[in-house]
Ligand binder design. Structure first.
Ligand code: SAM
Ligand code: SF4
Ligand code: SF4
Length: 347
């Protein structure tokens, strides 16, 4: 164990990776049905999402976050599902923003509800925002989000966020070969001109439902080459150790992009992320199978020290490195592994 800058006791896993980042999925529900995450044919009218009583309350999430901070967490990301469909999410933002020791609080959203929510989020003390938008091509976007929503609404959400002071905004796009790969230069140009930071994500085999195929992955190298051919790029240094995105600057000055090469250049060696599911289970990997239940002991009266022990015990035996192992796995082996779904624990 080592002592961190905030005087919390850092806990190390089996590969000596400290616990630094917490991703909190606040709901398993979403107003989109992105084909690579929650395919509409599976998540239809009859799909049973978690009931309210099963979700951690804001007080429970805040209490747990305080315990995580005591174990070394400094960065917190709210995600989902779609975090903005959780009612009064700004109250949770305000509670987390008030916690000592959280140096970086942010949220990933599909932006559909940002026109209504941007002001409340800002007033609650949210410093940063990541928005997901896979393409500016309306027809392609309508298909990719599975609900027929147009790009205009997302851009409206981004403008609402800009107007209340979120700037720069990180904009995530999942790149799927044969689906939206031919639109990435346009995305890079559009958000560069507005001073935001595009981050292109290699399409991942999260969960078991999206029918992932390796030939649909466009590698980070290819993504960079395509953009570089139109707007020359040069590598930029990481902002901090363990940053998931490889950064590139536009050579003619002004602006940068990031690429998240989770498939072709895995970064498990520096992975310091822990995920908390909406019903209070801990996942030590995006491709985890079983979570560790924190809700039951918490609701049975466990005190903070007991909860910290459960978290410490979970993290200290962690050996996850799925993305590094993927290359040597057969398709059958991958298919047999019943991984948690992305919409459940967030990206
Ligand atoms: N609903 C919010 C959103 O879409 O921004 C937050 C949750 S979403 C699961 C978080 C991020 O995961 C999004 O940027 C999304 O594009 C990304 N994502 C989902 N499925 C993915 C996949 N199969 N491969 C790569 N990224 C994925
Ligand atoms: Fe919803 Fe985000 Fe998944 Fe799309 S990626 S279905 S917006 S949770
Ligand atoms: Fe971390 Fe698991 Fe992703 Fe590797 S595969 S970077 S261990 S979440």
């Amino acid at each position: 164990m080592t002592t961190t800058a905030t005087n919390s006791i850092a806990v190390l896993d089996k590969f000596r990776r400290p616990l630094r980042d917490l991703r909190i999925s606040v709901t398993d529900r979403c107003n989109f049905r992105c084909t690579y995450c929650m395919p509409a044919e599976i998540f239809g009218e009859r799909y049973e999402f978690l009931q309210k009583a099963e979700l951690l309350s804001f007080e429970e999430i805040t209490r747990l976050t305080r315990v995580f901070v005591g174990l070394g967490v400094v960065k917190v990301r709210l995600t989902g599902g779609e975090p903005l469909v959780r009612s009064e999410i700004e109250k949770l933002v305000a509670m987390l923003a008030d916690l000592d020791g959280v140096h970086d609080l942010t949220m990933t959203t599909n932006a559909y509800l940002l026109p209504q929510k941007a002001t409340a989020l800002r007033n609650a003390g949210l410093p940063r925002l990541t928005v997901s938008l896979d393409t500016l091509d309306d027809a392609i976007f309508r298909k990719m989000n599975g609900r027929g929503f147009g790009v205009g609404r997302v851009l409206e959400g981004i403008r609402a966020a800009e107007n209340v002071g979120f700037h720069p905004i990180k904009v995530n796009a999942v790149v799927q070969r044969g689906v939206n790969d031919h639109t990435i230069v346009e995305l890079a140009r559009y958000f560069r001109e507005r001073g935001h930071i595009m981050r292109f994500i290699e399409y991942m085999d999260v969960g078991n439902l999206n029918g992932w195929r390796l030939d649909e992955v466009m590698s980070a190298d290819e993504i960079v080459a395509r953009i570089d051919a139109e707007m020359p790029l040069e590598p930029a240094e990481s902002n901090y150790r363990g940053e998931v995105a490889n950064r590139y600057r536009f050579k003619d000055g002004g602006g940068e992009i990031g690429v998240i090469a989770s498939v072709t250049q895995p970064f498990c060696g520096d992975c310091t992320r822990l995920r908390l599911s909406p019903e209070g289970a801990l996942f030590t990997c995006l491709f985890g199978v079983n979570g560790t239940d924190l809700r039951t002991p918490m609701r049975a009266g466990a005190d903070d020290a007991e909860l910290a022990n459960i978290i410490r015990d979970t993290w200290s035996v962690r050996t996850d490195r799925y993305s590094e192992e993927r290359a040597s796995m057969t398709d059958e082996l991958r298919a047999r592994r019943k991984k948690v779904e992305m919409y459940h624990i967030g990206g």
